[in-house]
Design a protein around this ligand. Structure first.
Ligand code: HSE
Length: 440
């Protein structure tokens, strides 16, 4: 049978990985897919640069639309990124009856509802394994491998840049800004790292996992997003003394009130496997009612790890494109007419436990006043750590750090208690609040 023909929009690091892995493993991939898979066309604005990546092995064009217009192309792989041109091209490819594979988490997290509806109406597939956690087959696991389960929660380290930064901060006791510079020098962080360090990239990926886990529409606009820019190395150190690591987690949880959808730094017990995921690696924990806890670990970015995910989608489409569209795996795991109307909870209603660090005057009664405010708010304390003043400010220091771990309470109740504590004259600096997840 004639090989299925693929066109790559935006050949670059990932695209050349796809090209190379497909060539290297073509025999095995063909034995799996039942048919050869060939990249016959690629696009990049700078054709000369594209030619350095693919040589004469594929037709190189400057205009991505030439690929969509080619009737011989069966599958379009979108690797351009961003929301604007990528969205236009994906919708045009769908309208032209092409199947689409994309690594573009931002596009799907924001415009997924429109794109999946267009694909459903046209009877084509939009596959996006590479959009979440790079080479880890987490979309496949959530959508198919765990399909028997009522999924209860998903928690992941789904941004390698921030995990690298946090690992370095912990290992070397350095501050965020210093490590960020080093990460940029080493190529772990982009020149403009905003999406990574502010948690936006993780929230895009979490939004997609949440939709698949619970059968809800993609709703990036409802996600709570907090990055790592405010984290101090002293909090990483105190957390360690209390038996925790700090990770940037994406957490989505089903509760009777609604779905939690949140990205923020979290304390995680150091004994959990996910707490020990270091450097730029990714990991996702999924809790299902039947299977229990499962963990997926691997590279979340890079040329061939991401290509591994893109090619898995190409194989899936090659196997399924002749099937009746109603018999294919639904884009978001649940049949489009059977989506849930479970609402995403506002952050104020989320229940979790907390790490608080207060810089206080080293005076009698300060701790009692602070704990009294927590007691009045019905927030139960789990542990307290107080540093000796001279450890913080040197000999004769008059202020110190008090660290409090709380039991669960709603975010809104904690916010109210924090406002009261912050107003105390003996609380000398903005209080640090980091959420805590036991992931038990
Ligand atoms: N910038 C991402 C990360 C990889 O650092 O994990 C692509 O999503």
């Amino acid at each position: 049978m004639k090989p299925i023909q693929v066109g790559i929009l935006g050949i670059g690091t990932v695209g050349s990985g796809v090209f190379n892995v497909l060539q290297r493993n073509q025999e095995e991939i063909k034995r799996r897919a039942g048919r050869g898979i060939e990249v016959t066309m690629v696009s990049r604005r700078n054709v000369a640069e594209a030619k350095t990546l693919v040589g004469d092995r594929a037709q190189v064009v400057a205009d991505a639309r030439a690929i969509i217009a080619n009737p011989d192309i069966d599958i379009v792989v979108e690797l351009i990124g961003g929301y604007t041109l990528a969205k236009e091209l994906v919708l045009e490819a769908i309208a032209a009856g092409k199947h689409v594979v994309t690594a573009n988490k931002a596009l799907l997290a924001v415009h997924g509802t429109e794109i999946f509806a267009a694909a459903h109406a046209k009877g084509v597939m939009v596959a996006f394994e590479a959009a979440v956690a790079g080479g880890i087959p987490i979309i496949k696991a959530l959508r198919e491998g765990l399909t028997a389960n009522s999924i209860q929660w998903v928690a992941g380290i789904i941004n390698g840049t921030t995990n690298f930064i946090l690992s370095e901060m912990r290992d070397k006791g350095l501050d965020f800004a210093v490590v960020l510079k080093e990460a940029q020098r080493l190529g772990y962080a982009e020149a403009d790292p905003t999406f990574d360090i502010e948690g936006v990239d993780a929230a895009h990926k979490l939004t997609l996992m949440s939709a698949i886990a619970f059968g809800i529409p993609v709703q990036f606009d409802k996600a709570y997003v907090e990055g790592i820019t405010q984290l101090g190395s002293q909090d990483i150190k105190y957390a360690e003394q209390l038996g925790y690591r700090i990770k940037l987690l994406g957490i989505t949880k089903r509760t009777p009130q609604g779905v939690e959808l949140r990205v923020h730094p979290s304390l995680v017990p150091a004994k959990r496997l996910i707490a020990n995921v270091e450097g730029a690696m990714n990991a996702v924990v999924v809790q299902g009612d039947a299977v229990g806890t499962t963990l997926y670990y691997g590279k979340g970015a890079g040329s061939e790890p991401t290509a591994s995910a893109v090619i898995a989608d190409l194989v899936d489409i090659t196997r399924l494109h002749t099937a009746d569209p109603t018999n294919r795996v639904p884009h978001l795991a649940f049949q489009p007419d059977a989506m849930s109307d479970l609402q995403v909870l506002p952050m104020g209603d989320v229940v979790t436990s907390y790490y608080l660090r207060l810089r206080v005057a080293d005076q009698a009664g300060v701790l009692a006043t602070v704990t009294g405010l927590l007691a009045a708010a019905d927030i139960s304390i789990d542990a307290v750590l107080q540093r000796e003043a001279d450890e913080i400010g040197g000999e004769g220091a008059t202020q110190t750090d008090v660290i409090i771990l709380t039991h669960d309470c709603t975010e809104s109740r904690m916010n109210a208690a924090l406002a009261q504590m912050q107003a105390l004259p003996t609380v000398l600096a903005p209080i640090t609040r980091i959420r805590k997840e036991e992931l038990a």
